[in-house]
Design a protein around this ligand. Structure first.
Ligand code: 5GP
Ligand code: MN
Length: 342
């Protein structure tokens, strides 16, 4: 955003507006933290704000302030469509391609509202009037904090906003351990704690909320489902629908599993394939300079960040894995050199 755009947005937000906030499919901590952080900021400025998710999100995010106001488009299409249709302004948070919100994207594309992207993923698409975008930001929550500062509204930072933003900063940095973590991350965290963020309680609510089924599914993945290709510094897990059913799978139960493969010594590329009703969802993680955003874009119709990306496959699970394994020789040099940097 340049100075002129900042002033335009300040003027826009100086009178009551109908605002919709949307975030990406299968929202994570940063998606919900940034959306509800922005929600709790904008309602203080007397706007009429509706937060819409394309589908459901894990229950360990249900405590976020404002959660009870969220509309799940996959369940409540009508009120969501009306809110999008009537909106003056639509904020698109933690994504930058309308295909990331699936069929909700058709409604957003149709809407005459001004569109505003706040995001930190690579290669943003050009569908918005305003964009606060930085791939250097550790999270979209960092950018929502920046947005409040740009709007000269730091004084509106309250405990609810602080709890929301802390959540996204924490989850998207892997609890402040990924290379995206900077002194700015910690500076913002310090401001959030001063504003009332319940840091220790948030870690408990997010990470100590495992069900027995979730832990046993993780144990099963580690004991039975890990495949390692040492020569390619690569490891992956896969799960079928029937395996998920065996462990009474609930949304969020496989979150973080892929990181266990990446935590193995000598591994710089980790993948998780999980069967959904109509496709295979893939999660890619890497260490060093092996670019999984590019890998996901090239082969699995996806994208994301250089070290964390996602995608999908319309092949069967077995065929998807065969395709993946057959791609590895092409990347052998990149995989071997990336390991040295990690
Ligand atoms: P996850 O593997 O946790 O689903 O996603 C990892 C990262 O990649 C997240 O930042 C997520 O927003 C992004 N991502 C996941 N799936 C896709 C996809 O299909 N397309 C794009 N562009 N990004 C994705
Ligand atoms: Mn994010």
């Amino acid at each position: 955003m340049n100075l002129q755009e900042i002033n335009e947005v300040k003027i826009l937000l100086s009178t009551t507006k109908k605002i919709v906030i949307v975030t990406h499919w299968s929202p994570d901590g940063d998606a919900m933290g940034s959306s509800l952080g922005l929600y709790n900021y904008l309602i203080q400025k007397k706007h009429k704000v509706t937060v819409i998710t394309p589908n459901d999100y894990p229950s360990f995010l249900n405590w976020l302030p404002g959660n009870d106001k969220v509309i799940d488009f996959s369940i409540k299409q009508k009120p969501a469509k009306i809110a999008v249709e009537q909106a003056d302004l639509i904020f698109c948070l933690d994504f930058n391609s309308l295909k990331r919100i699936e069929t909700l994207g058709d409604e957003v594309a149709k809407s005459t509202a001004l569109k505003f992207i706040i995001d930190h993923h690579l290669q943003p698409e050009d569908f918005a009037n305003y964009m606060l975008h930085s791939i250097k930001a550790c999270s979209t929550c960092e950018l929502v904090y920046d947005f409040m500062i740009l709007m000269d509204d730091k004084n509106l930072l309250n405990k609810d906003i602080a709890n929301c933003l802390y959540t996204g900063l924490m989850t998207d940095t892997g609890s402040f351990r990924f290379p995206s973590t900077t002194s700015k991350t910690h500076h913002i965290i310090s401001e959030l704690i001063d504003a009332g963020a319940e840091n220790a309680a948030i870690h408990n609510r997010i990470y100590d909320d495992n069900s027995e089924d979730k832990l046993r599914l993780l144990g099963y993945c580690l004991a039975e489902k890990l495949t390692v290709f040492k020569d390619y510094h690569t490891a992956f897990f896969s799960l079928t629908l029937s395996e998920l059913a065996r462990f009474n799978y609930k949304k969020g139960d496989t979150e973080g599993v892929v990181n266990y493969a990446l935590s193995m010594e000598g591994i710089c590329f980790a993948v998780f394939f999980v069967e959904a009703d109509d496709k295979i969802k893939t999660s890619f993680r890497s260490k060093g300079d092996f670019n999984v955003n590019q890998f996901a874009r090239n082969h699995f119709n996806g994208g994301g960040h250089a070290n964390a990306a996602g995608g999908m496959s319309e092949l069967s699970l077995d065929e998807t894995i065969i395709k993946f394994v057959s791609l590895l020789p092409e990347y052998k040099i990149a995989l071997c050199s990336a390991k040295l940097i990690a």
